[in-house]
Design a protein around this ligand. Sequence first.
Ligand SMILES: O=C(O)C(=O)C[C@]1(C(=O)O)C=C[C@@H](O)C=C1
Length: 89
Amino acid sequence: APAPPPPAPSDVISQQRARIDDLDRQIIDLLGQRKEASEAVQRARTSAGGGRVDPSREQVIIDKYRARLGDGGAQIAKAVLEAFRGPAS
Ligand SMILES: O=C(O)C(=O)C[C@]1(C(=O)O)C=C[C@@H](O)C=C1
């Protein structure tokens, strides 16, 4: 049987954009949850006399993102960590 015709580019674009919108909604929700957890750890550590930042923990996280997503993943991890870090203390 002949191969079915490929989908029209305009259909690919609208379908994949709908998928991207759904994924972004989930990512934003997960980042909100991650922010809460990160702030709770930072509060606990600073209230116990520690600092805001734990460089060795950050490196483990950055390496995980890089293993799955390459250098772009490492950039994302660094951006997330910096964005959710509280003010320097
Ligand atoms: O795991 C910690 O110790 C945290 O404070 C959380 C977190 C993070 O957002 O993942 C934030 C700041 C630290 O530098 C390391 C990691």
